[in-house]
Write a protein that binds this ligand. Sequence first.
Ligand code: PLP
Length: 450
Amino acid sequence: MTDAATLVAWDHRHLWHPFTQMTDWLADEPLVIAEAEGCTLVDTRGRRYLDGVSSLWCNVHGHRHPALDAALREQLGRVAHTTLLGLGNVPSIELAHALVAVAPPGLTRVFYSDAGATAVEAALRIALQYQQLRGETARTRFASLEEAYHGDTLGAVGVGWSETFHRFLAGAVTPAVRLTPPHVFRWQRGMDPEAALAAALDAADRTLATHGPTLAAVIVEPLVQGAAGMWIHPPAYLSALHALARRHGALFIADEVATGFGRTGRLFACQHAGVTPDLLCIAKGLSGGYLPLAATFATEEVFSAFLGPYEEFRAFFHGHTFTGNPLACAVGLASLRLFEEERTLERLAPKIARLRERLATDVAPLAHVGEVRQQGVMVGIELVADRGRRTPYPPAVRIGQRVVRAARTRGVVIRPLGNVIVLMPPLAITPAELDLLVDVARDSIRDATE
Ligand SMILES: *Cc1c(COP(=O)(O)O)cnc(C)c1O
C-alpha cells in the first residue's frame, strides 16, 4: 500500500470531495480509511474509529460481514457484470423476488439503478409517463415537502429544497409544489404535536385543492426527512398525505433511500403507517451498504399502464448501464437473508430503546441542545446558540464541524448536517458501542459549546 503521507499528498493534489469546501479540506490533515471491521473504521496510520453514521447512512450489518463477503466472492467466481437491457441475470432476479416478499404489499415490480438519486429519477419519470399514458396530460408537476432531499441529479434536485444547494441551480430546475411538514421545533413553534399535525394537514389540503389537478405525484421521505436535519413527522401525517394524493389523482412516491432497511425500526418506514405507496425508492442500505445499488418499486397497476404493442412506444425508455449489477445484487440478497438469520430488527428494538434513554439523560439536558429527534437509529441533535429563543448558531461558528472534530479525537466518526449532529450507527452496533457513541456525542457537544 502507498504510505500514509503520500496518500494525503495525492488526495490533496487530485481529489475533489463531495459536499466539501475544499479550502478547508486542503488546510487540514484528512482522515484516510484503509480498512474496517464490524462497526470500526481503521485509518492508514492504524487508528480505530467507531463508524457513527454507517459510512453515510448505508452500512447495515457491519463492515466485512463474513456472509456478505462470501456472497460477493461467490458471485465474483461466476460473473461481475452483464446487462439487464435485453438480458436477465441470476442475482437480480433472485433479489427482486426476495424484495417483493418483504416490501409493503402491492409493490410487485422492481426497477434497478445504482444510487438514491437515480431511484428517485426513475420514480419521477415513471409517474410522469404513467399520467401521460392514461391521458392525464395536465399532470406534469410534483409536490414535495419543505427542505426535502431526494438526491443530486437535476430532477431529484427539483423535488428537493435547500437554499444552499439550490443557489446556483434555481434557474435550471422545475420547482415542486411545497408542502410544510408538521415539524414542531422549526415551523409550528408553540404548538403541541397534535395541533402541528392538524395545521400541516390543513395546509396540505389547501395546497392540493389548488395544485392537485397538475400533479403527477407527491414525493415524501416517510417519517424522517434525513438531510433536512432528521426532521420527524408522525405516521398519521404519512397516511393522511397518502390519502390526499390518492384523492387528487396523484401518485404517491416514498423515498426510503435513507429510511429503508431497518433504520427506523421496521424494514421500511411506510410500514409504521401501513401505507403502500405507488412507487418506493431504495438505495443506501439495499446492498448492506457494500456496493452502489438502488431500486424503484412499482405497483402492478402502474407497471401495467406501460404495456402495449411495441409500435405504440409505451415502454419506459430509461435505464443505466450498471442496472441490476450481479455483484451488488448478490450482496443485497445476502443482506436481506441476514435480516432473517440474525433477527436484525428484533435485536435492534432494545438498542433503539437504550439509545432513547441515553439521549434523554445525557444529551437532551445539555445547555446548547435545542432538540433531540430520534426515529429508530436515526438521530438528529439540534444545537442552538440560545436554548430559550432557539437561536441558531451562525454558520461561521461551524458548530457542527467543531463537534465532529472533538468526536474524532475521541475515536468516533460522525458527520453533521449544519448545526444538527447526526448519529446513525449500523444496525449491527453492539450495546457497548452504542454507549460509547452517546458518551462521545455528549462530551464532544460539551467541548464544542462551552
Ligand atoms: C442519500 C439520499 C438520496 C440520494 O442517494 P444517493 O445514493 O446519494 O444518490 C436520496 N434520497 C434520500 C432520502 C437520501 O437520504
